[in-house]
Design a binder for this molecule. Structure first.
Ligand code: AMP
Ligand code: MG
Length: 352
């Protein structure tokens, strides 16, 4: 399959050329094809949510297990009732505060929505993204686009169109290049289909922000430490983000972390192993013994924006032994970053 790459930035959406391209992309979706597109979180791989064959194609293109459900993207609040059978008041309260934006809400699904799209579950995950290119595509494509992240299964989510090309060239019909995304980690996922609101995946919208709107506690159900726990978001049980090299997180006081990593890196480099460090902007200069240092930034926002690109770059640079600092302590967005980073390390953490 030949993959067409078209450039549609948010500012292009209102131009005649931008509208023409979005219409074309919408035709691809309506015909059952697949289009990778930018959102404010990461790039998504979209297909018509009501077309079971399109959902099957998404799983095939990503190499994703088909019991790992897709998020349905809408661009109009009224369309919520098109996919959810019951829309609780809580959903409207959350939508009012956080939509359009980086929050996914899980509700009971309508029977008309194909089981292929929801991985066989009786619930549906819905999101209304704020990215104007995404909104344009959703509208042009019929209003309901099923989309997981536009990466090969197991690889880091794409934060730029080049990442989509890297993973999906030849496997999808079209890739919309909207430039680098703003947030860089996937949407927060809240499940309100049961009795209590549960945060299944941490993201830019945090548990305390959600709790404030709902007026009740939001349980954090995304621990990756206890491997025997039954995953609530089915995606949690799959290997994620891991670079090909062996990766370890080193935690402790900054001076101890730097000392430990330098000693380990110099030992490994001495044996001809290519060593890398992921560090904050402030500490990057202290890692003198590794072959390469990747500075992730200092604020949680910066680190979130850079993380997935760095994880991809590690493979592009053929790094074999990777050390990362722990980027915790910066509030709940840091928790979202740490959640991805710990998965990338396969839970391999050294306390120093
Ligand atoms: P991705 O955006 O690629 O991370 O994929 C979508 C994520 O949403 C996956 O982790 C899914 O497990 C999760 N998800 C989608 N629908 C549901 C649902 N109905 N219940 C629980 N998790 C869901
Ligand atoms: Mg994903």
């Amino acid at each position: 399959m030949k993959t067409e790459v078209v450039k549609i930035r948010e500012d292009d959406v209102q131009t005649p050329e931008g509208r023409r391209l979005l219409e074309r992309a919408g035709e691809v979706i309506k015909a059952g094809g697949l289009v990778a597109f930018p959102t404010e979180t990461v790039y998504g791989l979209g297909g018509n949510a009501f077309d079971p064959a399109a959902s099957a194609r998404i799983y095939a293109a990503k190499g994703r297990p088909s019991d790992n459900p897709l998020i349905v993207h809408i661009a109009d609040l009224d369309d919520l009732t098109g996919v959810a059978s019951e829309v609780p008041d809580e959903a409207y309260a959350l939508a009012e505060r956080f939509w359009p934006g980086p929050l996914t809400i899980i509700m009971k699904k309508k029977p008309e929505l194909p089981a292929e799209t929801t991985g066989g579950l009786d619930t549906v995950a819905v999101r209304f993204p704020s990215h104007r290119t995404a909104q344009g595509l959703i509208k042009a494509g019929g209003g309901f686009i099923a989309a997981p992240s536009a990466n090969l299964s197991g690889r880091p989510s794409p934060t730029a169109a080049e990442h989509c090309v890297e993973d999906l060239d030849g496997r999808v019909d079209m890739i919309i290049d909207g430039g680098r995304v703003g947030i860089g980690v996937e949407s927060s996922i809240i499940d309100i289909s049961g009795g209590t609101p549960d945060l299944l995946r941490p993201g830019y919208v945090t548990a305390s922000m959600l709790a404030r709107v709902l007026g009740k506690k939001v349980e954090k159900c995304f621990g990756v430490e206890k491997a025997d726990d039954r995953p609530r978001a089915p995606g949690m049980k799959y290997r994620h983000y891991a670079p090909r090299g062996e990766m370890v997180m080193v935690r402790g006081d900054s001076a101890d972390v730097i000392g430990y990593i330098n000693a380990e890196a110099s030992g490994a480099s001495g044996k001809g192993i290519r060593t890398a460090v992921i560090a904050s902007g402030k500490t990057a200069g202290f890692y003198t013994c590794a072959d390469r240092v990747y500075a992730a930034g200092d604020s949680p926002e910066e680190i979130a924006g850079n993380l997935f690109g760095i994880l991809r770059q590690l493979d592009a640079d053929s790094m074999e032994r990777i050390f990362t600092e722990a980027f915790d302590g910066g509030g709940e967005l840091s928790e979202a970053v740490m959640n991805r980073l710990i998965k990338a390390c396969g839970n391999n953490i050294v306390e120093v």
